[in-house]
Design a protein around this ligand. Sequence first.
Ligand SMILES: Nc1ncnc2c1ncn2[C@@H]1O[C@H](COP(=O)(O)OP(=O)(O)O)[C@@H](O)[C@H]1O
Ligand SMILES: [Mg+2]
Length: 361
Amino acid sequence: MSVGYCCLGSVPHAAPLLARLFSRAIRNACISDCVSSIPTMDKYEAYENYSDFDDESVWDGGHFRYAKPKQATANRKKPAAVRAALTDFNDDVADWVPTYARPLDPKHHERQWLIDSIGPFFRDNVILDVTRRVKGGKEANVYVCVAHPSAGVELIAAKLYRPRMLRTLKNDAVYKAGRQLRGEDGKLLKGRREKLALAQKTTFGKQLDMTWWIGNEFATQLTLFEAGAAVPRPIRHNGNTILMDYVGDEQMAAPTLIDTSPEPGEAAALFGIIMDNVALMLEHHLVHGDLSPYNILYWDGKPVIIDFPQMVNARTNPHAFELLQRDISRVCAYFARFGVRADPARIARDLWLPYMGEIKS
Ligand SMILES: Nc1ncnc2c1ncn2[C@@H]1O[C@H](COP(=O)(O)OP(=O)(O)O)[C@@H](O)[C@H]1O
Ligand SMILES: [Mg+2]
């Protein structure tokens, strides 16, 4: 659509083998709350501890310095114990150190976090190396990876979320409203155990939570990509990480629109493509929820929309129309600087009505 503005058990000796396989399966499943070798701390908690050291202000030219504890830390694990625990989870890739991480001090938290998060993709022959960090933030880092020849592309972007991303999103009732719980496979979570764990915020519950958000983002991005939207093709997800097509080249990642100044003639066409994508999302009952020139890349003269964890379902989220209006207003405000005149309220209404019917106030 073009928008109106312009455009086994009985076998002897089998038991130990089964026990080993079973414990490995638990580890790999990444949703276990009982890892035998680490009775008091699992992977999620380890990352939470890591995230206490994530403040970039205490990084010292790539060398790790301890931050002053923010609160009484009698029960807090020492970073060495945290790292030891994390390493234990990834015995398959324990020796793998990607190029980007090599200059980092072995004690640097980012190094182990990276190895632990991206290692499974290396083990599964999806990526060969991590060469560069595109962007580091409080909630996620994006890295450039060299793809395995079987991947069909040369470079892959890896987005690694920190546990605090969940805290931020979950505190935002606007985004959470009307969401359904989904597991890593995108299927609805119906189990009593899962719901209880989430409600009680157990370790298992927190892992489920991350799985839910990441799985949701991946599934949404895939739906949009398959529908022909201008979004990077999602490739794989695991734990806290999503792999997707990298936009850019070996020298540089695509800039965001905010760092770009389109020519006046080009601006209207870009605006049209972005609004057509907003319409396409709505056709799939989706509203981006954080659309702005900061979340649109510009490459080869075309826009690419990114960053979907806060995407909402237009049918079930009572704030969807407001979010749609805000998304459109932000894009209009940016393009107004380049001579594109548009009425965001009218565009939002014209888009909403055909797909969603009446606008509830
Ligand atoms: N697929 C991609 N290809 C190239 N760069 C990307 C890609 N995805 C994200 N980036 C870069 O990483 C930055 C952060 O990504 P984004 O998904 O917006 O995360 P957040 O805003 O939550 O930190 C973007 O502004 C962009 O520079
Ligand atoms: Mg962003």
